[in-house]
Design a protein around this ligand. Structure first.
Ligand code: NAP
Length: 314
């Protein structure tokens, strides 16, 4: 099927970038900080809301953009801690409906140094997670102009792939689409290790129960093995939920957004190619044979997302 995106007017909103930057940040209060996972989860993930009222940032964020956070202190080398970017998880109209209150989704990073076996804690995620309502934080932004819903969002269907906190931008985008009364199909495929790690579960479940065009596919890697015993991942849903997904993906006005762990990129590309959905991809070199046998290093050089696929993976 030949895609004519020009005819479909894939247009993105004009966004204002870096109204505040690392040399000129703005200090704003934390309005709320709430645990976003189930209380039984060993992971600590918080939904943190900034009060941007009265600043130039009010009303300026679009779902899919990021807010910059400048943690206090210096690095091991004595330099100021660098800026970290966090995807906003609020819709473009903010948590308050007026773009004053925007949120992000932060997982406390705690790990063990593989060589020294010493415990380490991520600087900025732990700084942010420890703040309480009323505490202030230096922020910058908005950042990002490519991972956005199109301006003419009603002309498209959406398939969102998320792992872990990568679901943040999709909460905002789905709220934006719902507010506009979106009529096309929307699918959220969300990967988490355990049920207790699912984020914004009640919002997604409720939205699904109220909207026939919204499909929520939680994918629990360590609890719900596939028929062959392997772990289900967001990309394996291309096979396991083909009956639902293929008729949506084959439409020429469907857009794919991917956010979260880098590892899922290869599997999603392979899954699309295996189902002859290569319109989402651009091949710089031809790749032959079964896509699931393609070498990931060769794939990196040979294939990239096309115009209808947007990636934010780390
Ligand atoms: P996580 O909870 O560790 O993992 C989420 C799920 O992904 C688990 O079910 C995990 O399965 C699965 N997974 C692991 N490897 C995978 C692979 N190769 N393909 C598909 N699924 C895979 O996730 P997290 O700690 O929240 O990490 C989220 C990531 O998203 C972070 O790297 C963060 O930086 C990134 N992120 C990016 C943005 C952005 O770019 N704007 C925004 C937010 C978050 P198992 O562990 O059971 O194997």
């Amino acid at each position: 099927m030949k895609i004519n995106l020009r005819a479909m007017r894939l247009q993105f909103p004009q966004v204002e970038l870096n109204i505040y930057n690392k040399n000129n940040p703005i200090e704003v209060p934390i309005l709320k900080s709430e645990i976003a996972t189930s209380s039984a989860s060993p992971n600590i993930i918080r939904h943190i809301t900034f009060d941007l009222s009265g600043t130039e940032l009010a009303g300026k964020f679009f779902a899919g953009q990021s807010i910059g956070v400048l943690p206090p202190g210096v690095t091991d080398k004595g330099k100021p801690e660098p800026l970290r970017l966090y995807s906003i998880s609020s819709p473009s109209y903010g948590e308050d409906g007026a773009g004053n209150h925007h949120s992000t989704t932060v997982k406390r990073l705690i790990g063990e140094h593989w060589e020294t076996r010493q415990l380490y804690a991520g600087v900025c995620s732990n700084y942010l997670s420890s703040l309480r309502p009323g505490d202030t934080v230096k922020v910058t932004g908005p950042s990002g102009k490519r991972f956005l819903l199109p301006e003419n969002s009603e002309d498209f269907n959406y398939v969102f792939f998320a792992t872990g906190t990568g679901v943040a931008p999709f909460r905002g985008m789905i709220k934006d689409l719902m507010k506009k009364g979106h009529r096309g199909s929307i699918v959220l495929i969300f990967g988490a290790p355990y049920r207790t790690d699912l984020l914004y579960e009640s919002y997604f479940r409720q939205t699904e129960s109220e909207n026939k065009n919204f499909h929520y596919i939680p994918t629990i890697s360590r609890e719900d093995p596939r028929e062959d015993g392997s772990r289900p991942y967001v990309q394996t849903q291309l096979i396991d939920r083909k009956k639902l997904l293929y008729p949506i993906l084959e439409q020429e006005n469907t857009l794919i957004y991917v956010c979260g762990l880098k590892g899922m990129e290869t599997g999603i590309i392979q899954g699309l190619a295996a189902q002859s959905l290569s319109d989402y991809l651009v091949f710089k070199k031809p790749l032959n044979g079964d896509p699931y046998s393609w070498d990931s290093d060769i794939m990196k050089r040979a294939v990239k997302p096309g115009e209808r696929m947007f990636l934010e993976v780390y």
